[in-house]
Design a binder for this molecule. Structure first.
Ligand code: PA5
Length: 358
């Protein structure tokens, strides 16, 4: 697919993934408002631990939240991706937020049921399904949102609703101005990377073109580590493309030793360094040295910078840019960015075997 023939994108993108990507700023604004309307009983303001349950596109919001509020939230935020919550998940000091776009993900439902047996304070975040029904039956506070998309394309909801919830329970400040700034910054950048902007002036299309046939390895540090994870999963699910991610400074203690072998991988690898001028000062030094290492080893690498003032704007601007890159790579790979047939197959096969035990 020629990236400069956007009127033809619909031939591959029949479900309109490009519109969903374009709506990220509005999703964030709508989600923030929705979360502020949630009524919670008084015990929710005495939380000692926050645990987010979810998988895939519904878990990444929790990981982004962890990174964003790490320097501010006085209690731990843990993300559980699996059937069984850890033993520390018990009692009314533990806020357990079950996030599932569909409301039907078996790992998330099992973990929530197990947590409920431990007397935790639950909240459900979903568009419906079994999770919404369980919330109604059990009187669990419910952040219900209506947005028709793939789970990963509803990230504006799954991330910002969690941030709004943490504000509602008194664990983080009022992020209204940061959410507004992030939406503004995304919208400004979007005007320069939308489909109608030709490749010669469109950095997202140009980058996607350089990634064709390559192995993207996305690096991020601190609050951008989860953004690197998001890029990786968007390459997997939108572009149907192999991708990996690594975190700085941890990667300086292992990954950098294995850059040379196999040689074929070194030649295929394309490292994307997601940076911010808000990164820790020593991390900034490490980024520069990393670039030096790549030049020495002959590894192709490129830097992308977060935009705006607040960490939230840096995160969301890079997420939005990466979503566009993954979309254009899908076009170049001649694949429909929306369906995730392998995930659907796995869910169907698991259902055939029988229901998961609660
Ligand atoms: O991107 C996807 O479709 C998946 O990663 C899903 O998010 C994951 O399978 C969990 O489903 P849900 O988000 O409906 O809980």
């Amino acid at each position: 697919m020629d990236l400069d023939a956007p009127t033809r994108f619909g031939e591959l993108d029949s479900d309109g993934m490009i519109e969903r990507i374009g709506e990220l700023p509005q999703q964030c604004l709508a989600a923030w408002t929705l979360a502020q309307e949630l009524e919670l009983p008084p015990p929710y303001r005495a939380v000692q631990h926050v645990v987010v349950l979810g998988m895939g596109g519904s878990a990444i919001g929790g990981t982004l939240l962890q990174g964003l509020v790490a320097g501010e939230c006085a209690v731990p935020v843990t993300v559980v991706r699996g059937y069984v919550p850890p033993a520390f998940v018990h009692g009314p000091g533990c806020l357990v937020v079950a996030c599932s776009y569909s409301g039907n993900t078996e790992e998330t439902l099992s973990a929530l049921n197990a947590a409920l047996e431990q007397g935790v304070l639950p909240v459900a975040v979903t568009t419906g399904g079994a999770l919404a029904s369980l919330a109604q039956e059990r009187g669990i506070p419910l952040l219900h949102f209506d947005y028709s998309s793939q789970p990963r394309a509803a990230l504006g909801y799954s991330f910002t609703l969690l941030l709004g919830l943490l504000h509602r329970v008194g664990l983080v400040r009022d992020y209204s101005t940061h959410v507004e700034e992030a939406a503004r910054v995304m919208t400004q950048w979007q005007a320069r990377i939308e489909p109608q902007v030709p490749t010669a002036r469109n950095a997202a299309k140009a980058l996607a073109g350089r990634l064709v046939g390559r192995l993207p390895v996305v690096y991020g540090a601190g609050f951008l580590a989860a953004v690197a994870n998001r890029w990786k999963t968007q390459f997997n699910e939108n572009s149907k493309h192999w991708a990996f991610f690594e975190q700085l400074p941890e990667l300086h203690h292992n990954a950098v030793v294995g850059l040379g072998i196999p040689r074929s991988v070194r030649e295929q690898a394309f490292v994307l360094m997601l940076r911010s001028d808000l990164d820790h000062p020593r991390v900034q030094v490490r980024w520069d040295v990393t670039q030096e290492l790549f030049s020495r080893e002959g590894v192709e690498a490129e830097t992308l910078e977060g935009r705006g003032e607040s960490p939230l704007a840096h995160m969301l601007s890079l997420i939005h840019f990466g979503d566009y890159v993954s979309y254009y790579l899908a076009m170049r790979n001649s694949v429909d960015p929306t369906p995730v047939e392998t995930i659907a197959f796995l869910k169907k096969r698991l259902a055939e075997v029988g229901p998961a035990e609660a």
